[in-house]
Design a protein around this ligand. Structure first.
Ligand SMILES: NC(=O)c1ccc[n+]([C@@H]2O[C@H](COP(=O)([O-])OP(=O)(O)OC[C@H]3O[C@@H](n4cnc5c(N)ncnc54)[C@H](OP(=O)(O)O)[C@@H]3O)[C@@H](O)[C@H]2O)c1
Length: 292
């Protein structure tokens, strides 16, 4: 039997790794997990050929320029990968009838909201990285109206570099740390997003679903609350002090409020949103046996 191919870019990133981990549960598909070496998105002229050569039925774009602070100065590389490469992928998918799924960010909003952002809330990127992702969204939909865009926030998992792993490392080294308490959002455990993406794919019978969706774990917290819970669950002896953003300046501005309303993805694909504490527990338990 011919199995449809799912092509995944950025296979060594947090989300790419998470998709690989659970792909074995989806035996009805073939998979091609492409690393940066196999498909370098900064070389936009090679993208269409790669897609035409492999003829995927689905393309999940997990690759991105994610160095938020560095993007302020490495603008050309960031915009090539996060916007122009996304346009190429969208176009190539449209030309072979492949479904294109790409990931975006809460940083497309300015962070001045006070209520969870709806998918059609006005965008106003908070920094250059956010601008490149916003342009990627726009170009994807212009080149392929059937694109599914999933905005997510505060991504972490066992693999790669993220807030949870940084906190665990610092909390083992120090007795006190400072974490900002005036930036509010919702964490996302990458394997939960990976499961949601596979659920979406198995429910896509035609192009009835397209456009922008939001996905994160359920719950609204500050980075400080997140850090305190990490410390508690990992049973570490460290005092987590709350500090304002003004005491922790970064090259790229961060949003004050970046909570997204996830009702649409839940409703259209019957996806239950797992609470952030439950997923954090899973990750911290798994990390005891994880060696990168
Ligand atoms: N991390 C977050 O907190 C967060 C928040 C909101 C949205 N997002 C979005 O969620 C998606 C997944 O993020 P993630 O956390 O999984 O990111 P990640 O762990 O930083 O992984 C990004 C992947 O992109 C690859 N990549 C970078 N430049 C590339 C290039 N020129 N060609 C091909 N691949 C390239 C990296 O390759 P190497 O492994 O070779 O470096 C890496 O595998 C991205 O779209 C990101 O913008 C992330």
């Amino acid at each position: 039997m011919h199995k449809p191919l799912i092509l995944v870019t950025g296979s060594n990133g947090q989300l790419g790794w998470s998709l690989q981990k659970i792909a074995t549960n989806y035996t009805q598909y073939n998979f091609l997990f492409a690393t940066r070496e196999q498909l370098d998105l900064s070389n936009t002229s090679t993208i269409a050929d790669f897609i035409h050569q492999h003829q995927p039925a689905y393309l999940i774009n997990c690759a991105a320029y994610t160095a938020v602070d560095k993007a302020e100065t490495e603008q050309e590389l960031a915009i090539n990968i996060n916007a122009y490469a996304v346009a190429e992928m969208a176009k190539a998918c449209a030309s072979i009838g492949a479904k294109f799924i790409t990931i975006s960010t809460d940083y497309v909003f300015d962070g001045n909201g006070t209520m969870p952002y709806q998918t059609n809330h006005t965008t106003n990127p908070v920094n250059y990285y956010g601008y490149t992702k916003w342009l990627g969204e726009k170009l994807a939909l212009e080149n392929n109206a059937a694109t599914i865009i999933i905005r997510t926030s505060w991504v972490y998992c066992e693999h790669g570099n993220n807030f949870v792993k940084t906190m665990l490392r610092l909390m083992k080294l120090r007795t006190e740390i400072n974490v900002v308490n005036d930036q509010i959002g919702s964490p996302t455990y990458a394997p939960d997003l990976a499961n949601a993406i596979f659920t979406i794919i198995t429910k896509l019978t035609d192009n009835q679903f397209a456009g922008i969706y939001h996905f994160s774990n359920a719950g609204i917290i500050s980075w400080h609350q997140f850090a305190e819970k990490i410390c508690l669950l990992a049973k570490l002896n460290c005092t987590v002090h709350a500090i304002p953003t003004s005491a922790y300046p970064t090259p790229a501005k961060r949003p004050k409020y970046s909570v997204m309303d996830t009702t649409a993805i839940s409703k259209d694909f019957d996806i239950a949103m797992i609470n952030w504490e439950e997923s954090l527990k899973t990750c911290i338990n798994n990390l005891e046996n994880y060696h990168q």
